[in-house]
Write a protein of this length. Structure first.
Length: 325
């Protein structure tokens, strides 16, 4: 590896580690959410702070041919009342999406629902959301967080999945991260269960004993798991902005006769909208992950950690805003 490339990779890893560490600093998060200067930065990745403001943004995405999944920001609650309040917010969101004829599709984090307090509490709160989803014909995606929650998250998914999914009714999906060494076995089990899996690379800093540390290894695992899901899975969602992997998925679908509606690409709000539009125009299914809410700090920091280009983009735009002032 050339010295310049090695130094660049080392700098990128150091920046990512720092940003991920900062994402856990609650005091810094409280400060960041109170500073007006952060608003222009956050709007890059978070569509709004209120549901009222988020609905027009979701509508605009639909008008452009994109599907959506909505995330009410929040995670790692430590008080039962907060978990129950978060579950109530999701009920309100599902009702609003149905009333406005928008995609009845949401994503939630299990620790936001009380998984870290008591798995039984999470079953109750997520179970209530799923019950409402069954009434509305909606889809719920349980996000995957760091490796310490993986087993409990998969257990939660199995506990709350409605029986009616076999007959085409409402369903609950789950997420697998290619960065984790265990994911080949998890995908094999989930495919056998008919799960709807979203595959992502992973946005958490994980120890080497449980996760691949080199980008090349994470990418290779992603491609391997992606092909498994495309060939044998049920409506997989390929969550990536990696152009090489996207092209690889299209190549395999085309050469192997995998229908365009048999899977979908998923991308984050505010990230590579050019690719999202290109895929839609080519007839591929694309779903945008749309986060909103006031508890945006951990999510925002993980988005910055994923690509140094995100940091430079934010700094350039802040400089432009300062110049206009």
């Amino acid at each position: 590896m050339p010295v310049r490339t090695a130094l660049s990779d080392a700098a990128e890893r150091a920046m990512r580690s720092t940003l991920l560490m900062l994402s856990h600093r609650k005091a810094l998060g409280r400060l960041a959410t109170q500073l007006p200067v952060t608003r222009p930065m956050v709007r890059r990745f978070v569509c709004a702070e209120t549901l009222e403001d988020a609905l027009p943004a979701i509508r605009a995405l639909h008008d452009d041919g994109l599907r959506t999944t909505v995330d009410v920001l929040g995670e790692s609650v430590t008080v039962e009342a907060d978990a129950r309040a978060a579950a109530e917010r999701y009920g309100v969101v599902l009702d609003a999406l149905a009333a406005n004829d928008l995609d009845r599709n949401v994503s939630l984090k299990p620790t936001q629902m009380g998984l870290g307090i008591d798995p039984g509490l999470a079953r109750e709160t997520v179970g209530g959301i799923v019950a409402r989803a069954v009434e509305l014909g909606a889809f719920i995606r349980i996000d995957m967080e760091d490796h310490s929650t993986t087993d409990r998250t998969l257990e939660l998914w199995r506990d709350v999945r409605p029986a009616g999914w076999r007959d085409g009714g409402a369903d609950v999906g789950v997420v697998i991260q290619s960065a984790l060494r265990r994911s080949d076995a998890d995908v094999a089990a989930l495919v056998a269960e008919g799960a709807r899996v979203r595959l992502c690379k992973g946005a958490y800093k994980e120890p080497a004993r449980v996760a691949w540390q080199d980008k090349a290894d994470v990418d290779a695992a992603y491609e391997r798991l992606m092909l498994h899901l495309m060939r044998e899975g049920r409506q997989p969602a390929l969550a990536t902005h990696d152009v090489r992997l996207i092209k690889r998925a299209i190549e395999v679908a085309t050469t192997e006769g995998i229908a365009k509606d048999a899977f979908e690409f998923q991308m984050l709000y505010g990230v590579r909208r050019d690719i999202q539009d290109q895929l839609v125009r080519a007839g591929w299914r694309v779903r945008t992950y749309v986060p909103f809410g006031s508890q945006w700090y951990p999510y925002f920091m993980r988005r910055l950690a994923e690509r140094p280009a995100n940091v430079s983009f934010i700094l350039r735009n802040l400089w432009r805003e300062r110049g206009r002032g």
